[in-house]
Design a protein. Sequence first.
Lengths: 347, 110
Amino acid sequence: MTVVKGSLLKRFSPLASTSEQLRILEQTSVPEFQSTLNRHGHSELEAAEIKIFQINVGKVCNQTCAHCHVDAGPDRTESMTRDTAELCIAALSKTDIPRVDITGGAPELNPNFRWLVEQSRSLNRHVMDRCNLTVMYVKGQEDLGEFLAQHKVEIICSLPYYQERETDLQRGIGVFQRSVEALKHLNSLGYGIPGSDLILNLMYNPVGAYLPGPQSSIENDFKRNLARKYGVQFNNLYTITNMPISRFLEFLLQSGNYEMYMEKLVNAFNPAAISGLMCRNTISIGWDGRLYDCDFNQMLDLPVGHNAPRHISEFDVRLLNHRRIVTGRHCYGCTAGAGSSCGGATT
Amino acid sequence: MEHYYDREHLKKFSEIGKESPELWDKFLSWYSAVFAEGALTEREKALIALAVAHTVQCPYCIDAYTTTCLEKGSNLEQMTEAVHVAAAIRGGSSLVHGLQMRTQVEKMEM
């Protein structure tokens, strides 16, 4: 696995430019995503009703994971302001979108994170926090678990494997042990315990150039091993495919796996995954308030298209429901195998 | 082709069915059934396949089942143990044939 010593931006990598990433994707020998959709009898991909209001509060993170599609890290400064956060809550309040999904970077490091949680909960929305676990040991975050429990926030934790070697390869040395300590703490608060209403889910993604296996089988392996070795419990495990963008794209190119991985994604194209694609029921909001079909499009600077409102200040759910989705070759990542999304397999 | 083994051949595996498509189809159908979840899980079957691949020393199979093992959720430690199982059987197999050697020696020596 690539040893990451900072974000692409910090290292002045050409891949820090989204236009360079898109150029590489467009020059790949695999067919355009839209032509594959057409071949399977689908015309333009169209959104359904928005069910998930996903707020990406920025690229600031305490970790620099080798696969990060956000190119997040401690050196990044992009972070949602209070004004934009207020626009998000104002927009949300005018809808009945039931779920708010807060992501980053490490979203908890945004100074408006807790305010967003409190406001979303006061609007009676289900709130999800995409947590890297080690953020709980960052100065000032000591009470994070208690705060999330108080507001009954669902926690979705990144943990690519139930062992130290694989986890630290992807996320950095020492991450696994601290993650386990954080999971034990969350368990002690009631998270992930049978009968509790505090939900603790894990997010699995492969530690390399291969696809995730069957979600239920991997969940069973994680449950058995984490319980046996560490006494850790959790509710569900979600599998997600690594997208061939940003730092994972860098790894694919440097390791000579890029063409093979793209062919693997295309060969695993599953038409049954189309109806459950997350872009069809999600609106993704960037740290600066711009609107996207998904977090991956956000990281490629591909805003919502086809005359849909493009900024949270113009948010109109009627115009965004049933919008046409912007697609590219990276979309094969969500249609491979059992399908892939922020909520795990889609078929 | 510079080598007897060519990585690209694995992608073209199905070409071997061109002259006998019915047999190829039967092989594929049987092969798929063998590796489907049964009394053993798909992950366990992939580990067995990885061990056998090392025993028959097939580079195509080693590449293919290394990937499959990872995709099914196995880790390097488990995969290494599977290879040791294959190696132990090969080693044991050689050693047990030593009894044939000993028998022959006993027959020939004064």
